[in-house]
Design a protein around this ligand. Structure first.
Ligand SMILES: [Zn+2]
Length: 148
């Protein structure tokens, strides 16, 4: 599981937060002030072991990027997703699944090519994009799902 380090704006203390919990309004371990996570948010790394439960229990829509570390278009998409994770924080959770190490998820969601982006709402697949999307198109879909 990946963690992010967030400095507390109140006391300056460093907090290690699991990436799966960045969206749950974490508080500073030292002074209990709410942590301002916005500029620290990263895409959540999901795995065969936790993807299903994560998308089903998420209080926000989730966009999962099924990628492969050796795929060129996936590498192009990664920085865009990192930006969108920050931009849509509190609206949509951006997550990733490495298909090369998580064959279970990939088989279950019938991933035939990477990148494949799947949109989940209340744990249900509501849309998907196969291949590298135009940044503007991807963002407009996120705006749409954030509102619905
Ligand atoms: Zn603090």
């Amino acid at each position: 599981m990946a963690t992010i380090v967030i400095s507390c704006a109140a006391c300056g203390g460093k907090n290690r937060i699991p990436d799966t919990k960045q969206h749950l309004h974490p508080k500073c371990g030292k002074c209990k002030a709410p942590l301002v996570v916005d500029s620290f948010v990263v895409p959540v790394e999901l795995f065969d072991a936790n993807m299903d439960s994560f998308v089903k229990s998420a209080s926000l829509p989730v966009l999962v990027d099924f990628f492969s570390p050796t795929c060129g278009p996936c590498k192009t998409l990664a920085p865009l997703l990192r930006n969108l994770a920050k931009k849509f924080h509190h609206k949509i959770i951006i997550a990733t699944v490495d298909t090369s190490t998580n064959p279970g998820c990939s088989a279950f969601y019938k991933i035939r090519g990477v990148p494949t982006l799947i949109f989940f709402k209340n744990g249900t697949v509501v849309d998907q994009i196969v291949g590298l999307p135009e940044p503007a198109m991807l963002e407009s879909k996120l705006v749409y799902f954030a509102k619905k």
